[in-house]
Design a protein around this ligand. Structure first.
Ligand SMILES: C[S@@+](CC[C@H](N)C(=O)[O-])C[C@H]1O[C@@H](n2cnc3c(N)ncnc32)[C@H](O)[C@@H]1O
Length: 318
């Protein structure tokens, strides 16, 4: 039987120690708990009222988890074309380096579409694939029941995700997983915080993801502001601080880095350095050790960013 949201999110089966994956998904960039969560959502929460969006599907790990969960979901008889996958399918430097570390031949610029198709063959009937730059992708609007965002890697993509997808959420039903929330980019938590009156947080941090449930329609004006990202400096700083204050201490690390980066972007170098120092001196995050080298690497990247002049390409286009 399909679980209700409150039951599923109080059980959080994806956190069960020692739980095995229900399938062998391809390599990817998800933590162990996020990986299981996608399966659990498609298996237990999804009703078929809207589609599942997998925005940023890379080599197919998220798609396979959604597809396998959907295949096991008794509440949805017709599984065809339920999962909409979006990606450039072109390796960036990070994706290429990750595959090289695993002994595979890969270069930035290589197409991985054939690899994605091979990796997702078992669930191919449930997928609709949109290949190309999300900034230009044409997608016929339709209700979205599960929105997984692992593509908001720049401020512009963050705005594009809101524009393309958030108007299609189903109040009372849709679940939004922001995999980019705890990555150090300020715009994601800022937009999430701005839209927080219309969402209920159901899991503040699963590996790097923030998961919430859409509980009310987003008013047209709020939607437009989120798309345009036309927040004053004061609003951005306040929204960022509110997002941090919401979290228990042990989950604040990556938002702390994002706050320091934001202060730098807004031309407040002294405050940025002070904010960074707090996290340089803090104990590393002890939750979800996706990759133990991640935290020191992020601190170093922040250090490098604070030493550079402000890059206008990092700022938002209104
Ligand atoms: C972190 S990876 C996604 C990982 C994936 N969800 C998994 O399960 O392993 C982010 C993806 O976003 C895609 N991406 C980045 N910018 C994009 C853009 N402008 N348009 C489409 N895809 C983009 C990249 O190609 C990359 O595959």
């Amino acid at each position: 039987m399909t679980s209700s949201f409150p039951d599923l999110f109080s059980r959080r089966p994806w956190r069960t120690p020692g739980r095995e994956l229900p399938c062998q998904p391809p390599t990817g960039m998800l933590g162990p708990h996020e990986t299981l969560m996608l399966y659990d959502l498609a298996h237990e929460a999804y009703t078929g009222a809207g589609c599942i969006v997998d925005a940023g599907c890379y080599l197919g790990r998220s798609a396979v988890m959604f597809g396998t969960g959907l295949a096991a979901n008794p509440a949805v008889a017709d599984k065809a074309g339920r999962i909409h996958c979006f990606d450039l399918f072109t390796l960036g430097p990070h994706g290429a380096a990750m595959l090289q570390q695993r002994g595979q031949e890969a270069r930035a610029g290589d197409s991985v579409r054939a690899v994605f198709d091979e990796n997702t063959a078992a669930v191919a009937d449930s997928l609709v694939v949109y290949e190309g730059d999300l900034m230009q992708t044409v997608w016929p609007p339709q209700p979205i029941e599960v929105l997984f965002v692992d593509i908001a890697k720049t401020p512009q993509l963050c705005q594009r995700v809101v524009d393309l997808f958030f108007g299609n959420l189903l109040p009372g039903k849709s679940i939004v997983i922001q995999q980019d929330y705890h990555h150090g980019l300020a715009c994601v938590p800022i937009v999430v915080e701005f839209l927080s009156p219309y969402f209920e947080v159901i899991d503040a941090r699963t590996d790097f993801s923030h998961t919430s449930h859409c509980i009310a329609p987003i008013p047209a004006d709020a939607f437009r502001r989120a798309v345009r990202y036309d927040f004053s400096e004061r609003e951005q700083l306040d929204l960022m601080q509110r997002a941090i204050d919401r979290l228990p201490d042990e989950l604040r690390h990556y938002l702390g880095l994002a706050q320091a980066q934001l202060l730098h972007q807004l031309g407040r170098p002294d405050e940025a350095r002070r904010a960074a120092r707090v996290w340089q001196q803090a104990s590393p995050p002890n939750t979800s050790p996706v990759d133990p080298s991640n935290w020191p690497r992020r601190l170093q990247q922040l250090d490098e960013a604070l030493a550079r002049p402000v890059d206008s390409s990092d700022s938002h286009s209104a």
